[in-house]
Design a protein. Sequence first.
Length: 759
Amino acid sequence: MPVFIFGLPTSRLLSGITALLLLFFLLGGTGCSGSPEQKAPVQPDSHQKMLDILAETRKKIFQFQNSFCAEARLQFCDSLLATTTDPSRKLNFTFIKAGVLLEYGDEEQAVALYESLANQVQGAPDALSQIRKSLAIAYLRLAERNNCINGHAAESCIMPIKGSGIHQDQIAGRKAVQTLEALLESDPNNPEARWLLNIAYMTLGEYPRAVPKHWLIPGLDTDDKLCAPFVDLAPDLGIAVNNRAGGSIVDDFDNDGYLDLVLSGWGLDDPMHFFHNNADGTFSDYSSQSGLAQLTGGLNLLQTDYNNDGWLDIFVLRGGWQSEFGKQPNSLLRNNGDGTFTDVTIDAGLLSFHPTQTATWNDFNQDGWLDLFIGNETLDSSALHPCELYINNQDGTFSDAAAAAGLNFNGYFKGVASGDYDNDGWPDLFLTTMNGVKALLRNKGQKGQQVAFENVSAVAGFEKEIFPAFPTWFWDYNNDGWLDIFVCNYDFERPLSFYAAQQYLTANQQAAGGAYIYRNNGDGTFTNVTRSLGLNQTAFAMGANFGDIDNDGYLDFYLGTGNPNYSSLIPNKLFRNLGGQRFGDATISSRLGQLQKGHGVSFADVDNDGDQDIHIDLGGAYRGDAYPNAFYLNQARNTNHWICLDLEGVQSNKAAIGVRVVLTFQENGQQRKVVREVNSGGSFGCSPFRREIGLGNARQIDMLQVFWPASGTTQTFEHVPVDRFFQLREGASELAEAPIKPLVFKKSDGTIPMCAPVQ
């Protein structure tokens, strides 16, 4: 029987699970028992207790039933093969083991097993076709290992593949081509295999000329000419961590005015990383001395200042996608102000064990202290994981207020965002689920502990469209002063390469997994304007965020795409906002079409030259799908201007989350207005709290207004100069120019990336 949670059946969630994976679970015969006990041995402090809990949790989830624990699954496969004498069962178990070897990261042995199996089933066409498909993937993975990982370069795996991204070791790539062509000979109407064949030819530097015409997918290298190219400097700067799926925060953690980088990986073997910006064009790895390397796991990260001490803290989210094996604790990491962090989760009253990857910090009761909402994942009605709301007690602790606030929901929540959509001064919530429901929750505006929300989804128009969704955020894409909503569809039943091929091969069809934009009508309702904005491209975003890459004052967005399936080899995507009227796919010209799985995304002007760069955490769910993260330096050269505002609350929360900035200026003889709300951006990945705002060709800001909701005050400044870094304290009478210098990031050979003209 299907399970109904939050109004819709969750049976559709199983659509992405392959028959082989289902078989693997059935072979076990027993359910999982990997949930940690909600107690820990008595230890001297909260930090040590969390380390003990994480270590114990890691042991408990080391089970073959855990589909993401390749090590345990390999052991189980070997035990089956050692005890099985039936030839057909041995073939099946060998096939399963080859797939697990790919997940583990031993591509060579996987290839050997698949080749052996293919020779054994020559007289069985259906079985041979299935083995060839897996063998082709194994060869592609081996080609990536030998080139894109072992010989990682700035252009590795960027579609269209060219330059240093073309494989030097082409043995496995050519084997992949041969295998895919054999597969297509027997199954010519296979879009997935056709897509992968075209990508395989790209890795050899032979697309499109060598691709057989009847299998060619044209246009994969057509330059959209919408953006200047970015360049990945992560390897050159020593910040390219070979990570699995995880979070990304770019912000200033030591208050020196320069942006640092914090990363996580979702596995409980994956340590966190902290790279300190040395303010001289280099970074230093502070992971060990900061204490973050001790802490493992974290599918997503958020920065906050929960105790209003002026030092940014970190919140780590664990267990997402892992069902009962996802009963892992989140972590609140206090910034001690001396370069170290301490886990204070238990002392703060935030210890719980629910699978999640999404949360938002905001001052929901406007008392000047940041509160926390967490969206958890319930897949089965017999194992509920309700959402959590914690109100800040202003003493380092929090109180659970979800039920009293009307937020005690159960659903498969994948994205949450907070923002003041109705301009009443109170932050509201928007939630996305894999169940298909999207919920807009209006803050009723009650101070104190008794925070209350009302579900206005029906009135707003969000109950009309039901589809599984993942990342989301509030933003003002058209600068009309009302926060709009972004959502990305995540509904699939096949590997994503199938849908990517369909986008190019089938004209005038609504793309699967597309980005949706809902325009705020200013009256409590929203209108789906996706088609009118020209958004009809396949995406399937996981990590996602937004920013203004060209300083035209209109917000663009970048999507990290994918799912755990190795066949889901599709590019991450950049969309440029064209004057608030439509969006253009700028993926190819920007050189941001990375084919590896995209997770946490951050937009930030890391080199302080006035335009925003992009950081993304790359790598998939499996041990064998780890991949170096990327830091894409913005090389655009244009005449647009900008301003950067670093805000500090006094009566409002210190980090200024929820504060609204309104800028009015003249451009080409016309008055323009840009509205920005302080937050970290999207629901998967974090940009800095400082507002980096593009101004088009305006030569000055006629009026700058900063509205502080907690105090109800507005600071107004006139005739503000552009292209400056400013600091502003709530209640101050003047803007203070910040002593921040631009940085020069160099390649490892000592050369400086050349700027490129804007298209």
